[in-house]
Design a protein around this ligand. Structure first.
Ligand code: THG
Length: 369
């Protein structure tokens, strides 16, 4: 029996929704209270396009939290444990947002439009509420709201050629994580060199939801000579690349140092930054867990349906695998997990599934590729 999800303000659809349905989307997840496409029915072709060609993704679920007003710079500095006086207009930075205990609560890209205007391009959780609460508690003069902005990602080695065909050769000069405002025959965009893959690419932040269908068709047309096709944030590629999935790979205790985001924390950020004292303490005491990969020894190709599993050594649970897939490129099942610092790369471990199945595995460093 097929089942359906009722659309409502609690499960919103993207401005590209009708276009993704017309192009054959077969599955969705939810993210930031919206439907997010997760597959078009041909995972091999989708992986191939992403790694050798170009693919277009409806990632409108990466919502923006806009912070605007005289105290905008003060608010973002209090929210993010990086020294933001070094962030320039037209540049995005990856910033781990932490709570007062140094626990990671989101991993957005912070885009600076102006001294009094920023976007937090967020992963899945209610960052707007957090920002509004902190702004009010600290008495800052800012507005915090979700603007009408919906990213469409163009990812893969041929992405730059597609975006140049769409918007002109000037986009080739946009550097990694830099962005600029552009206009595509009346469709307002912010164009950034970014995206949740290691294959290179751009994100077109659509600034008028009514134009979703128009933008999708324009990208398809510009991409046709490059064999563009639809895709989604790709589980195989992101595990091979070791990209963090906030909420997937993290739990309610995870700090940035455990998951490889320590290089995005400045311990000498100002003392009034939320969580900075805890982060300094965690950094000096050292972490108890680390994010590693595993090669899993199994005849079957593993995936979401296999569920997640504990990682054990000598019968003792020392961690958990949070995502696993079969990698055709590596000819092996691979996974990502959080494990104790009592184990190390190269160690043999046993994966213990909820149904009692056990599989041998070996710890390895990230990324796989
Ligand atoms: N695009 C945009 N917003 C996002 C995401 C995105 N918001 C949330 C979600 N994805 C998760 N956040 C990201 C975004 C980018 C990267 C990782 C997680 C990323 N990281 C590179 C890395 O880890 O090597 C580079 C980081 C850097 O150079 O600073 O690209 O996909 N708009």
């Amino acid at each position: 029996m097929p089942h359906f999800i009722t659309h409502s303000p609690r499960v919103r659809v993207s401005p590209f929704y009708a276009a993704t349905v017309a192009d054959g989307v077969v599955s969705f997840s939810t993210y930031n209270h919206m439907l997010m496409p997760t597959g078009y029915g041909d995972p091999v072709a989708e992986y191939e396009r992403l790694t050798n060609g170009v693919s277009m993704w409806d990632v409108a679920v990466e919502r923006q939290v806009e912070i605007r007003g005289p105290d905008a710079a003060r608010l973002v500095q209090v929210l993010a444990p990086r020294k933001l006086d070094l962030l320039r207009e037209g540049v995005g930075w990856y910033v781990p947002l932490c709570d007062h205990r140094g626990v990671l609560i989101n991993d957005p890209v912070l885009l600076k439009h102006a001294d009094d205007r920023y976007w937090l391009s967020i992963a899945d959780c209610d960052v707007k509420l957090w920002c509004q609460a902190i702004a009010a508690e600290r008495g800052f003069d800012v507005e915090v709201f979700e603007p009408d902005v919906s990213p469409l990602a163009i990812q893969g080695p041929r992405a730059e050629d597609v975006v140049a065909a769409l918007l002109g050769d000037e986009i080739r000069a946009i550097r990694h994580f830099h962005f600029r405002s552009m206009n595509l025959d009346g469709i307002p965009l912010v164009v950034a060199r970014s995206g949740w893959s290691k294959q290179g690419g751009f994100e077109l932040y659509l600034m008028d939801g009514v134009r979703g269908e128009a933008l999708w068709q324009r990208v398809k047309t510009a991409g046709a000579p490059f064999d563009i096709g639809p895709g989604c944030p790709n589980t195989v590629e992101r595990i091979e690349s070791g990209l963090l999935s906030f909420g997937g790979d993290t739990d309610h205790q995870t700090n940035p140092f455990e998951v490889g985001l320590g290089r995005y924390v400045d311990l000498d950020a100002p003392d009034d930054v939320i969580g900075i004292e805890a982060l300094r303490r965690i950094s000096s005491e050292g972490v108890a867990r680390q994010r590693l990969g595993v090669f899993i020894d199994s005849e079957n190709h593993l995936g979401y349906d296999d569920g997640y599993c504990d990682v054990a050594v000598d019968g003792e649970v020392i961690g958990r695998i949070t995502a696993q897939v079969y990698s055709e490129r590596l000819k092996s099942n691979i996974g990502i997990g959080l494990v104790s610092t009592s184990v190390a790369v190269g160690d043999a471990v046993t994966l213990v599934y909820a149904d009692g199945r056990q599989l041998p595995a070996r710890l390895t460093a990230l990324p796989f590729i």
